[in-house]
Design a protein around this ligand. Sequence first.
Ligand SMILES: Nc1ncnc2c1ncn2[C@@H]1O[C@H](COP(=O)(O)OP(=O)(O)O)[C@@H](O)[C@H]1O
Ligand SMILES: [Mg+2]
Length: 296
Amino acid sequence: MNTTTIETKTALDGAVNPDVREAPLSSAQITDYDHRQTVGRITADNPKMACREVNVYYSEKHALRQVSLDIGANEVIAFIGPSGCGKSTFLRCLNRMNDTIVSCRITGHIQLDQDNIYDKSIDVVQLRARVGMVFQKPNPFPKSIYENVAYGPRIHGMINGKAELDELVYASLERAGLIKEVEKRMDEPGTSLSGGQQQRLCIARAIAVNPEVILMDEPCSALDPIATAKIEELIDELRENYTIVIVTHSMQQAARVSQRTAYFHLGDLIEVGETDQIFTNPRHKLTEDYITGRFG
Ligand SMILES: Nc1ncnc2c1ncn2[C@@H]1O[C@H](COP(=O)(O)OP(=O)(O)O)[C@@H](O)[C@H]1O
Ligand SMILES: [Mg+2]
């Protein structure tokens, strides 16, 4: 079994969130994690985000343990693992979406480029524009197609005048592969679109504020196979300009869209590696059990 080397980067030194209190761990938990180590290379050559020793608690429940992982620039990384293993929890750490959950407490460091995203100086609204999110169920605002996309740039004060806004709305819908289907119905409600179109609208909405990273939590699980194929194609195109983290319960999807895959199990990051390697030659027994269908 390979052991992981966690590269210590100078930029990470001292990046601990001063707001984060160290969790009082029970002795069982402490012994537990001394034995835990992710198999595979947790670092990326060109990291966009760097996570080190991230722990998440919901009240007493220790939902994520000592997760260290880089998210490489312009890569698609897939998070897989059985239901309840902490995939969404970890994803939400990456843009501080967990801040909205009262019982949730996070320790560890997470950087976006050189910024510690849990630092006091970080504006969470700005952070969520840089690290956008697409949810499992398409959730367009109860507004027109146009307004769904225009909303973000407007509240972020990104545009000057109507012409500029129009241009940005069209460009975002184009990038999301939706413009042809909606250009004649921009004033219709977003909710009047099909499920797959709504999900692409949500992607356009995320893109409109010029994000660097896009988080997707099972973005296709409510979609039919054709709509799913369209989103998967889109993810591949988006990788040119964005870094994408996708949670998926479909191993086929992970294999189709991602370059790296991270396997989670009961709150631990068990193994991470090139997607091909994870699916053809997993190193950890738990990964193997999962991908061969013996677990989950
Ligand atoms: N808001 C929450 N409050 C309490 N426990 C939660 C909350 N969200 C998730 N959990 C718990 O944390 C663990 C990980 O959940 P989650 O991240 O949703 O897993 P996954 O996305 O892999 O299915 C589960 O045991 C789940 O019950
Ligand atoms: Mg989930």
